[in-house]
Write a protein that binds this ligand. Structure first.
Ligand code: ZN
Length: 297
């Protein structure tokens, strides 16, 4: 696996770790996860540890409003799909699933579209930005399985050869030269025939569906603690839950590399890699069967 996109490892602050562990031990934890959750699975973050955006992701207006935009998206997404689809849960995903199975985590909200929480065994995951495994027609609403669409694209583009893919992005996108993109045949809806088939994800500049936002607010409203994992909270779609929790007096823990927009609201902020923290939390709170862990089962 490539590791050059991973942020550098840093020492875990022991005092802050203890504060975080004791908060989790009380249970009722709702996880809010971001791209940092999946970097160790080989899916790089759009932003580095400095919080700056590294690449320009697809914009909703460009996708919805332009056949060329859709062609560009699908050419890139087709190219990146097999790499993206091959990504597997890492120790952080497994730890969250373990904490959920132990009854400490009672809700999971993710900004990721890779489905890796579920693949690790987590259930009831609220996907704020959708899931790349589904495709929806913007005109008639028909939905398709991404694997099916990928198979169509393979048939429709037998001579398309992007060569070696350097890097896949969080939404399964890759960088391709424009002249190659222009040769790509994008998918069409089988029901209405239009070409506005879109992965069932929220692009930058798009909005999270109202019912998904309401579900996420409902989940966080029941929380005794909000635990932010691998997100710098730069986008409001995630940050608003941190603000709501802080307003309601719910403790907020943040574990991610670098600074976040939510540091002011955080009860405890741990600047660390998730795989240095989460498996240890499982060990301390679940595996040992200690008094606190046992009481929550
Ligand atoms: Zn349609």
């Amino acid at each position: 696996m490539e590791t050059d996109h991973l942020p550098p490892r840093t020492a875990v602050d022991e005092h802050r770790y203890a504060v975080l562990r004791d908060l989790l031990a009380d249970g009722g934890v709702v996880v809010l996860s971001g791209a940092g959750m999946s970097t160790a699975s080989g899916i790089p973050d759009y932003r580095g540890p400095d919080g700056l955006r590294r690449v320009q992701p697809m914009q909703h207006a460009e996708f919805a409003g332009s056949a060329q935009g859709r062609q560009r998206y699908w050419a890139r997404a087709y190219t990146g799909w097999e790499r993206f689809d091959a990504a597997r849960p890492n120790a952080a995903h497994v730890s969250v699933a373990d904490l959920q199975a132990a009854g400490l985590v009672t809700g999971i909200i993710t900004q990721n579209v890779d489905g890796l929480h579920q693949r690790a065994g987590a259930t009831g995951v609220v996907e704020l930005h959708g899931n790349l495994g589904r495709v929806v027609c913007l005109d008639c609403g028909e939905t398709y399985d991404r694997e099916q669409v990928h198979a169509w694209l393979a048939v429709a583009n037998p001579d398309f050869d992007p060569g070696t893919v350097a890097e896949v992005r969080p939404d399964g996108d890759v960088v391709l030269p424009e002249d190659l993109v222009r040769t790509f045949r994008a998918p069409r809806c089988l029901v209405c025939g239009h070409d506005r088939l879109k992965p069932d994800v929220v692009f930058f500049g798009g909005s999270v569906p109202r019912e998904v936002v309401e579900e996420a607010f409902e989940v966080t409203g029941r929380a005794d603690m909000l635990l932010v994992l691998g997100s710098s909270l730069q986008v409001m779609s995630g940050y608003r839950f941190v603000r709501r929790a802080a307003r309601d007096g719910i403790p907020v823990g943040v574990v991610t590399r670098g600074r976040t927009r939510g540091d002011a609201e955080a009860t405890v902020q741990l600047d660390a890699l998730l795989d240095d923290v989460l498996p240890r939390l499982v060990e301390d709170l679940v595996d040992t069967g200690g008094a606190e862990g046992a009481a929550t089962r």
